[in-house]
Design a protein around this ligand. Structure first.
Ligand SMILES: [Zn+2]
Length: 292
């Protein structure tokens, strides 16, 4: 499907999915406006509004650059979100049409319970001295995932970073050695140690860590407008902090470092502080969004 056709389908589905919102609005969708992806828990939508420099979702400001903006929906988002798109340089005739408001119904998902046993006791209930290290590593991750890059790497679209059996999915409630822990924010791809890990999209490396308590050897990438991804439990990292990578570049190798029962890649994705489902980037959004 070519991008123009895709946008037509997306716009049709937006109208179809939100008939009540469309009916309430006396205005039609403004020219040039595009919104791609699904409003679903864990999902990402890519918006394009070339005439705008201010967007809010549920009254929170959303960064916009070159007309592009990203909407992330967390694990428990919904049932609806309110998107408001303002217009810069308002003319008198624009007053009735802007700001453009759209009500997004967020599709609910069901999450399973994943039990993992046989983890080292200390990796589930860390010792007091481990907590200092865990907090320091948490700060490093937060800094690397603060999403400062304005370069729009996500426009390359996304491909799977590694091939293998999916051994863990986004959102599952985790019971580790019988103890409830935070949900699983990412997708696990089981593959032999040494399997290449490739950049799923263009971006900049913001962190390479030799070995974290939970995550083991780790890489963080920034794809622009607050979208960051992580690659953890690696056996090897082949990039440097600050390095620009292209989609398909080998960045590391699958391993079982940190809290892991066997070799696999944990792939996580976040929009600003919202954990989203990386599997939806590759399955729900196969087409990159092209410019005008
Ligand atoms: Zn995982």
């Amino acid at each position: 499907m070519n991008p123009a056709t895709l946008f037509a389908v997306v716009l049709l589905s937006v109208t179809a999915v939100f008939p009540s919102a469309a009916a309430q609005q006396s205005v039609s969708i403004p020219a040039g406006f595009r919104l791609e992806g699904d409003a679903v828990q864990g999902g990402l939508m890519i918006g394009y509004a070339p005439w705008s420099d201010k967007v809010t979702l549920d009254d929170r400001p959303i960064p916009i650059s070159g007309g592009y903006f990203l909407l992330g929906f967390d694990r428990d988002a919904g049932p609806s979100s309110r998107l408001v798109v303002h217009k810069k340089r308002m003319r008198p005739a624009d007053v009735r049409r802007f700001p453009f408001v759209m009500s997004l119904e967020v599709e609910k998902r069901d999450y399973d319970i994943q039990r993992i046993d046989g983890l080292p006791r200390r990796k589930v209930t860390p010792h007091p001295e481990d907590l200092i290290r865990i907090r320091a590593e948490g700060r490093l991750m937060r800094d690397a995932r603060s999403g400062k890059a304005l370069r729009l790497g996500f426009l390359s679209g996304f491909v799977w970073p590694a091939r293998g059996r999916i051994s863990g999915v986004y959102g599952s409630q985790r019971i580790l050695n019988g103890e409830p822990r935070r949900p699983h924010f990412g997708v696990d791809i089981a593959a032999p140690t040494g399997t290449p890990v490739r950049a799923p999209a263009d971006g900049r490396v913001t962190l390479v860590h030799p070995g974290m308590f939970f995550n083991g050897k780790s890489i963080v990438m920034d794809h622009g407008l607050g979208l960051t991804t992580v690659y953890i439990h690696l056996s090897d990292a082949l990039v440097q902090p600050g390095q620009l990578v292209k989609q398909g570049d080998v960045i590391g190798k699958v391993g079982a470092t940190g809290r892991a029962t066997g070799p696999h890649l944990h792939w996580g994705a976040r929009v600003r502080n919202i954990e989203i489902d990386p599997a939806l980037l590759v399955e729900g959004m196969p087409q990159p969004l092209n410019g005008p």
